[in-house]
Design a protein around this ligand. Structure first.
Ligand code: CA
Length: 222
């Protein structure tokens, strides 16, 4: 978890970042335009992307949009010359994990890099944006699911059901609990919809990911 992709077209800044990150034990690569940044970010060779907004070709916003649009979960720290609150909001809403304004102190960027890497790789805390159990990973912000290296398409209810299981790993959840959590209390309690959806999740996430606990409900296998 120490490979950093730097998307920055100004050689002076790129080399400043590279030197600093290398001195702190990271390996780095530089992309000097948007298309290169996209190509490299999709390669799975990196653990974090530092993304300049003012890039030639596709700019940083477009790179961000395309990465998140395709479900890429790589942590992204935006590097921007504009200290504009609206820009920050746009960046964070667009799925960036953090935002650093130029000029910046290297120590500040380094602290954020470490923080984002830690968040990404230790996602078990409650209310994190990423949940994982076994080889299943859910990105709550991007609404994307992954099993191992594979992205899985989940419908909205399937996602919410999966999220409920991942928030209670190893815990038996009754049909009533799942029904009220995912479908709301007004749903017919005699309905077998929970069983049907557990079946869908098993098909998509792996047949033994959810265990039936006879007479009690279901439990996520961890
Ligand atoms: Ca630039």
């Amino acid at each position: 978890m120490n490979r950093i992709l730097i998307a920055e077209d100004e050689p002076r800044i790129a080399s400043f970042l590279q030197k600093g990150l290398k001195a702190n034990g990271f390996t780095t690569a530089v992309a000097s335009n948007g298309d290169e940044a996209l190509f490299m970010a999709f390669s799975d060779e990196f653990d974090l992307l530092i993304l300049d907004i003012g890039l030639p070709g596709k700019n940083g916003w477009e790179v961000l949009e395309e990465l998140r649009g395709q479900g890429e979960l790589l942590p992204i720290i935006i590097l921007s010359a504009c200290d504009d609150v609206q820009d920050k909001v746009t960046g964070l809403e667009g799925g960036a994990d953090d935002y650093v304004t130029k000029p910046f102190r290297f120590e500040e960027l380094l602290a954020r890099v470490r923080l984002r890497l830690r968040d990404y790789h230790l996602p078990q805390r409650k209310d994190e944006m990423i949940l994982c159990a076994g080889d299943i990973l859910l990105d709550l912000r991007a609404r994307k699911a992954k099993v191992g290296d594979r992205y899985i398409e989940l419908a909205a209810r399937e996602f919410t059901l999966a999220e409920t299981f991942l928030r209670h790993p190893g815990q038996v959840l009754s049909r009533e609990q799942l029904l009220s959590h995912v479908w709301g209390y007004d749903y017919d309690p005699t309905s077998n919809i929970v069983d049907v959806y557990v079946g869908y999740l098993r098909k998509k996430l792996g047949s033994d990911c959810i265990e039936t606990v006879r007479g009690m409900g279901y439990r996520l296998h961890t």
